[in-house]
Design a binder for this molecule. Structure first.
Ligand code: GLU
Length: 942
């Protein structure tokens, strides 16, 4: 309030006191030894004097760098020439010396240097941002990058003040323990030993505070000692970051971040630079011919221009016409000096370096800068930082707000990160030297080409040199590889065989999957199995062998039983004896087994069933053996001709049990390894622990995994994704996929979280899928290009012979069972009819006869059956033993007659049989029986 009042009174005095019209002098002392400050100063004077009634003139006195006496004389001379202010000097020591004089005589001194000892009461106005604000920019960038462990590298003690705000970052964010190491660069030009020490400390994040003149050397040497790779990150504090030559570093993979106070492409900068170049030529009288480029414009030169703009605005606003005009020795002070200073502090002017404004302490604190990162195509603005709002990203997405469509991509340029992983991204083979995107080809590259056409965007491919796709490192608490680059905004999209996983989805966005796959095993093709001595067992599975044995025993026993039931199977053992006392049965238990065995082995036997039931059971058994033997023969042929393979592993469980000492691994930091790590499954957990304990089994790329699988020196299986295995087995005929898929997932294109491009990119991918383009691309890159189809003829063998299982031959068993059932029914009917006939003939009750017959059948007492009712023994209860015998003989002879008839018929039928020997025996028996019958009839007649 008091200050404003004071200024108001002065203003009235000034307006009343001076009416002299003329030039107004601005003094300057430049001691940097170049023409640039002077040129910038003069360009600004020209700019503010245009169309001005009382133009400004510059009185520039150039002194030798660091020469205090010269600088003091220059100051005195300016004071005597009606100067309104003194600009400069630029070297620290002279600046401070002049500062003292200016303070004493109260002539405003305008400076553009970082002065850490700046005092608010001085007559100085410094346009260089105050170190407190300046360090805050970097503290915020460090927080944005979530650095928890970093090394501060500074050049000299003058940089310490600005670092003060960084080392107190710990107090600002108490949640995190931040580990900082501070290292000063040695004097001279060789920093290598210091950089090697930093490297061996394991630190990968560096905050660099050193002058622009030292930066190129520093970066070059950092590259030489090997701390410029993908894992290393730099924040450069110098405001001229954008003027350094980043070409040697932009492909190295390091994340290099810095700031700028102005965009070199702005029209004002263009005008200023062209005027500056002209002025330099004029001042140097043609000695300096090379123009400086807009991109090379130094921050302090822009500040010189801005300082003139600011100061002249203040003088104009105050209407001051005459400057200080007294000698050094006079001991006078300039009456308006402090008034101007106070007025300047209340002003706000737009300059080349943004809005120039001072805080209550008179420091330039209200600043706005762009935050840049080095990308493959050059610098890219990733956000802005303002004193008020801190850091904000360049592409800010407000959550919940509708995402932009494909229009949002039109005409934009994106960095697409990929990895050299066949067939997704590969180096093109060409005799010509290729440049830019031309250098790459592959499935992923082609997808991006299609997407770029559909959404009309431009792109530059950047290669992830170490091939790391990205996983979360709990030790460094950072994501690695491609994930980190996407998160940091160093690339806009990442495409390769990049699996969509839940953990990755939390930190980046993925498009809809363009390919589906699962984890499986890559292993050597099965080897030839040595011939098996017992390969004759192979055609049938053990189950079928079991059933076959059961059927054999069952049918043999059945024949034995049926033989006992069937009356026709009971034969007169001595055909020459007309009325035998006993009958014989060929189906003894041993003969039954022999009969069935003879058929199974296709050798036959001398035994031939006679009764319908036994024939039925026998023929069913023959049918059964026909099918079984044919099936066995056919399958045995397959077993003997098809090369048997030896599968050391058939699934992951074989791998984890590992009976053959097979080692296994997966891609380091890949989704496959993460799958085992995250899995609850005991088997997979066991496999994870194995892989974790054997880091030497993990590979950097899938290609290395393939080579290890193929290697004769090791017995190695590689856990890999099915699509990549498909690609490899097309070209490497000695490896194959083993077992099925352990999971199901997809590959997607990754981009920054909440990216507005996810929706248009996903839509385009779906369109490509619906049009069948992705399928065609897959066929092209998998089966045609780069040696695809090399193993197509390799696997023409019809595969392995498989033992027949019950499902293959079960039907025959059913037919056998049904036939046997039918035979049982037949046997029962035969037996019943026979019993009925006998009971009718010999006049005994059917029941009695049946019980007697059944008793005999189920007594299983051998193959000899006593003839119960012989004709010669008579019948009835009253008759003597002889009568009884006669009756029995009668019955028996009747039976014999019946049997004879049956046998005759059977004999006739069997005359067509193959079993001729047996038939002959049968017909002999029949002839004998016939003779017996006729002799009986004859004796009855007589
Ligand atoms: N596709 C995997 C990933 O995105 C890399 C290969 C693997 O892990 O099998 O990490």
């Amino acid at each position: 309030m008091y200050e404003n009042l004071k200024w108001f009174i002065y203003l009235i005095i000034i307006n009343c006191s001076f009416d002299v019209q003329g030039e107004r002098t601005l003094g300057a002392i430049f001691d940097d030894g170049s023409f640039f400050y002077e040129a910038a100063f003069n360009v600004a004077i020209d700019a503010v004097s245009q169309d001005e009634e009382n133009p400004f003139v510059g009185n520039v006195i150039k002194t030798s760098p660091g020469d205090l006496l010269e600088a003091e004389n220059a100051m005195c001379s300016l004071m005597e020439s009606s100067t309104f202010a003194v600009f400069g000097p630029t070297t620290r020591i002279t600046l401070q010396h002049i500062q003292g004089i200016a303070d004493f005589v109260e002539i405003p001194q305008i400076i553009v240097e970082p002065i850490e000892t700046q005092n608010r009461n001085w007559s100085a106005i410094n346009l260089y941002p105050h170190y407190v604000s300046y360090s805050k920019i970097f503290a915020d960038i460090i927080k944005m990058k979530s650095w928890t462990d970093f090394t501060i590298i500074y050049e000299g003690s003058e940089h310490l003040a600005v670092l003060d705000g960084i080392v107190t970052i710990q107090d600002l964010d108490s949640e995190e323990d931040i580990l900082m190491t501070i290292v000063q660069l040695p004097d001279g030009d060789d920093y290598r030993s210091q950089l090697k020490t930093i490297k061996s400390s394991g630190s990968v994040n560096y905050l660099v505070s050193c002058g622009k003149d030292k930066l190129p050397q520093f970066l070059e040497q950092a590259q030489q000692v090997g701390i410029m790779s993908d894992v290393h990150s730099y924040i450069i504090m110098d405001p001229d970051f954008q003027t350094i030559d980043i070409n040697p570093y932009k492909h190295g993979g390091s994340n290099i971040t810095g700031i700028r106070f102005f965009d070199p492409n702005l029209k004002d900068i263009e005008n200023f630079v062209s005027a500056l170049n002209e002025k330099v030529k004029e001042l140097s009288e043609g000695q300096i011919e090379n123009d400086i480029q807009q991109s090379d414009l130094n921050f302090k030169l822009a500040l010189v221009y801005d300082s003139v703009i600011l100061y002249t605005s203040a003088i104009n606003a105050m209407g001051l016409e005459e400057g200080a005009n007294f000698t050094c020795d006079s001991g006078e002070t300039w009456a308006f000096g402090s008034t101007i200073i106070n007025h300047l502090r209340t002003m706000e002017v737009d300059g080349l370096t943004g809005t120039i404004k001072f805080d209550d302490d008179g420091f330039r604190s209200d600043i706005e800068v762009d935050v840049l990162e080095v990308m493959a195509h050059g610098f890219e603005k990733i956000g802005t930082w303002t004193t008020e709002d801190g850091f904000s990203e360049a592409r800010k997405i407000i959550p919940g707000v509708e995402q932009e469509g494909s229009e949002s991509m039109k005409g934009k340029h994106f960095i697409v990160l990929t990895a050299l992983s066949a067939p997704y991204g590969m180096l093109k083979e060409s005799s010509k030297k290729l440049e830019g995107n031309e250098r790459y080809e592959g499935f992923g590259i082609e997808i991006i080409e299609e997407l770029a056409k559909m959404n009309e965007f431009n792109y530059t491919f950047d290669i992830q040199a170490d091939g790391v796709y990205g996983s979360y490192d709990s030790k460094t608490r950072k994501w690695t590889g491609m994930m980190e680059k996407i998160m940091d905004g160093r690339a806009d999209f990442a495409i390769t065989d990049l699996t969509i996983t839940a953990a990755r989805q939390k930190v980046v966005d993925f498009t809809s999957p363009f390919m589906n796959l699962g984890i499986t095993i890559l292993y050597k093709k099965p080897t030839k199995q040595p011939p098996d001595l017992f390969s004759f067992i192979s055609p049938f599975s053990y189950q079928v062998w079991g059933w076959l044995a059961g059927a054999y025993v069952g049918v043999s026993v059945l024949l034995f039983i049926l033989g006992r039931f069937a009356p026709e199977e009971w034969q007169n053992p001595y055909p020459c004896i007309a009325e035998p006392e006993t009958l014989d049965n060929q189906f003894t238990i041993a003969n039954s087994f022999w009969f069935t065995l003879g058929s199974v082995l296709t050798q036959g036997s001398e035994i031939a069933p006679i009764a319908v039931s036994t024939r039925m059971a026998g023929s069913m058994w023959w049918f059964f053996t026909l099918i079984m033997v044919s099936s066995y023969t056919a399958n045995l042929a397959a077993f003997l001709t098809v090369e048997s393979k030896f599968y050391a592993i058939k699934s992951v469980s074989d791998l984890s049990n590992n009976p053959y000492g097979i080692t296994y691994g997966a891609k380091k930091g890949g989704a496959t390894f993460s799958f085992f790590k995250e899995s609850d499954n005991i088997l997979y957990q066991k496999m994870y622990q194995y892989m974790d304990a054997h880091p030497e089994l993990m590979t950097q790329t899938n290609e290395i995994g393939l080579e290890r699988v193929k290697s004769e020196d090791e017995n190695y299986a590689f856990l890999m994704e099915s699509t990549s295995i498909e690609y490899m087995v097309e070209r490497n005929c000695d490896v194959a996929q083993v077992g099925g898929l352990l999971d199901s997932k997809g590959y997607g294109i990754a981009m920054k979280k909440n990216s507005p491009y996810r929706q248009p990119m996903s839509e385009s991918i779906l369109q490509l899928q619906e049009q069948g383009k992705i399928m065609r691309m897959k066929d092209k890159w998998w089966k045609e290009k780069r040696g695809g189809g090399a193993c197509a003829d390799d696997d023409t063998s019809s595969g392995d012979a498989q033992p027949l299982v019950l499902a293959n031959v079960g039907g025959v068993f059913i037919v056998l069972a049904a036939g046997s059932g039918l035979a049982i029914v037949c046997a029962f009917i035969e037996m019943t009819i026979n019993v009925w006939m006998i009971s009718h003939k010999v006049k005994v009750s059917f029941r009695e006869e049946l019980i007697a017959e059944l008793k005999f059948i189920f007594s299983f007492s051998g193959d000899v059956k006593p003839v119960r009712h012989r004709e010669s023994t008579g019948s009835g209860s009253k008759g003597s033993k002889k009568d009884d015998d006669k009756e029995e003989d009668d019955v028996e002879s009747t039976r014999d007659d019946d049997r004879l008839d049956a046998q005759t018929a059977h004999s006739e039928r069997s005359s067509h049989s193959h079993h001729t020997a047996h038939s002959r025996r049968q017909s002999n028996a029949v002839q004998m029986a016939k003779m017996r019958k006729y002799s009986r009839q004859f004796s009855n007649m007589t």
